[in-house]
Design a protein around this ligand. Structure first.
Ligand SMILES: [Zn+2]
Length: 62
């Protein structure tokens, strides 16, 4: 055991920030809320919104 922590998903980025679909109003709202959550340091809310963005079904596989 070296003690290294391997993340389950490697994206090659320091912090995973799912990109919203350009024409999806819901994603735009989620991104806006995420920015507000980040601004007030609400990390659990940010993670929550990232999951919602990633799982938004309307443009899955884009
Ligand atoms: Zn969306």
């Amino acid at each position: 055991m070296s003690g290294s922590l391997t993340p389950p998903v490697q994206l090659g980025e320091p912090r995973p920030a799912p990109k919203p679909a350009a024409e999806c109003d819901i994603c735009q709202v989620l991104v806006n809320e995420r920015q507000l959550a980040e601004a007030r340091g609400d990390k659990s809310k940010v993670a929550d919104l990232n999951i919602e963005l990633r799982n938004h079904p309307e443009h899955e596989g884009q």
